[in-house]
Design a protein around this ligand. Structure first.
Ligand SMILES: Nc1ncnc2c1ncn2[C@@H]1O[C@H](COP(=O)(O)OP(=O)(O)O)[C@@H](O)[C@H]1O
Ligand SMILES: [Mg+2]
Length: 186
């Protein structure tokens, strides 16, 4: 199974989502963007300017200019595009959908919003340009930062104790729905 997490806009959460998905599915992780993944996911994570196509791998792609990146995206079983309310992030998301074409392998993570109004604004922008989008919703959560600083996946953080299960309930339920989508007809 090959999964690509893409958005040319930085700071939308590609690396935390890619890392957590890779760890929870026991996959390798490759990125063409600098981050701490090689330290928090030793043996399995590699940062390479030119990614190598291998099986059972989650790719964290910051840009598609490098040779081979678009090829891997096109051959992916699932393509995950995190999108925040940031204007550039929305623009890049629409650009990416136009570039690779919207199909049922693609899903958008509507993420990092603070309230329903902000969430609805992101959805309206996306849905006025594309119909039949697979959308997942991740309201702002400390789990993103905690995952990167601790090297624990979202599942590991959720299962840490009763308090974490309480604080991360909504995020984790949606994350499980995302993992199900990724595992489906791979
Ligand atoms: N649901 C969320 N809760 C908190 N932060 C989020 C969420 N979704 C995305 N983020 C963003 O993820 C960022 C961290 O990821 P980062 O590694 O910077 O992203 P990228 O790999 O896309 O450059 C944070 O700065 C935060 O703004
Ligand atoms: Mg990154």
């Amino acid at each position: 199974m090959i999964v690509s997490v893409v958005n040319k806009k930085g700071g939308v959460g590609k690396t935390p989502f890619a890392f957590s998905i890779a760890k929870d599915l026991g996959c390798f992780l490759q990125s063409n963007d600098n981050s701490i993944i090689e330290r928090i996911y030793p043996e399995k994570a590699k940062i390479l300017p030119t990614p190598k196509k291998i099986d059972n791998c989650v790719y964290d792609f910051g840009g598609f200019v490098e040779k081979g990146v678009l090829d891997i995206i096109k051959e992916s079983n699932k393509i995950i595009i995190p999108c925040t309310s940031n204007y550039n992030s929305l623009l890049r998301t629409l650009e990416t959908l136009n570039e690779i074409g919207n199909d049922n392998r693609i899903c958008i993570l509507v993420t990092d919003y603070r309230d329903e109004k902000e969430k609805n604004q992101i959805c309206e922008t996306l849905e006025s340009n594309f119909t039949d989008l697979n959308l997942f919703f991740f309201k702002f959560s400390k789990i993103i930062e905690n995952s990167m600083s601790s090297g624990a996946s979202f599942t590991e953080l959720y299962n840490e104790n009763n308090l974490s299960r309480l604080s991360y309930t909504n995020f984790f339920n949606e994350y499980q729905r995302l993992l199900d989508f990724i595992r489906k007809d791979k």
